[in-house]
Design a protein. Structure first.
Length: 278
């Protein structure tokens, strides 16, 4: 009865099912792994970096990635030009960052956010940076871009203000080579509030994380759907064969039977001029 499974039609169905199930399971497991990675990064960001963690040299933590973002980095040099970063919210209040460019001993410049102040950006409110050579320790952050949440990317800012903290926006303001990163001091002075490190992009429990979880469910549903359709086709084939063996299927009607659309050939007509009897 089950010899139909060896027909070319069922060979195609079986091969399709045999390939579809492992593929769907692999994709579902991969999407689940992506979701678990985002959950782990969210927990790590929520817990914060250990206070006893020693700061590492800035160059040893570059380029910034999910592993090094938020790590304490140290750099030494002299402060130079100071800029204000307006329209930055902290704890539900609107204020601005005080950003100072640090020319390191290596000759490269790194932006350092020395703290946050409430209110409208005003250079008179920002404390002057320390003079002379300084050693700075701050949380490492990746350069911002126009798509970063909370940045002022529309332009039109007054002189001395910066909307996006990144090497692309500072390249025309600094002659020295720039680090593609910035630091936020966690223990600012002069009454400024520390700016907490931001979690790296594409991590945490954001919309993309729950999309990964939704895709996980979809791939596993596909597995169940493939198995259901295979079983349904199999059962219908078996039932058809059993009905045929039991004689329950209607037999094919002979040619010329009523309802077949064919008509029997007419009988030859008798000759109109039969020979006369002798």
């Amino acid at each position: 009865m089950h010899r139909f499974l060896l027909t070319p039609r069922w060979w195609g169905i079986n091969v399709f099912v045999a390939l579809s199930i492992p593929f769907c399971l692999f994709m579902g497991t991969w999407q689940l792994g992506r979701f678990e990675d985002r959950v782990g990064s969210h927990k790590e960001a929520s817990a914060g970096r250990p206070a006893e963690q020693a700061a590492a040299p800035l160059d040893s933590l570059l380029p910034v990635d999910t592993r090094t973002s938020g790590r304490l980095a140290s750099a030494a040099g002299e402060y130079g030009r100071q800029l204000l970063v307006p329209e930055r919210d902290l704890d539900g209040k609107r204020g601005f960052y005080v950003l100072t460019l640090l020319r390191t001993d290596s000759g490269k410049t790194v932006p350092v956010v020395r703290g946050w102040l409430p209110g409208t950006a005003d250079a008179a409110k920002a404390p002057a940076p320390p003079a002379g050579r300084v050693e700075v320790t701050g949380a490492l952050q990746a350069s911002e871009n126009a798509g970063t949440k909370g940045v002022h990317a529309q332009g039109g800012l007054p002189a001395g203000q910066l909307g996006v903290i990144g090497s692309a926006t500072l390249v025309n303001l600094v002659q020295d080579p720039l680090y593609d990163a910035w630091l936020t001091v966690q223990t600012p002075a002069d009454g400024m509030v520390p700016v907490p490190a931001r979690a790296p992009s594409n991590t945490g429990l954001d919309l993309k994380a729950f999309q990964n979880l939704g895709y996980t469910g979809e791939w596993f549903v596909f597995v169940a759907f493939v198995l259901f359709m295979w079983f349904r086709l199999y059962r219908r084939e078996v039932e058809t064969l059993r009905d045929a063996e039991a004689g329950l299927l209607p037999a094919a009607a002979p040619a010329g039977a009523p309802g077949t659309g064919e008509q029997a050939a007419p009988a030859p007509a008798a000759s109109a001029t039969a020979p006369a009897a002798e």
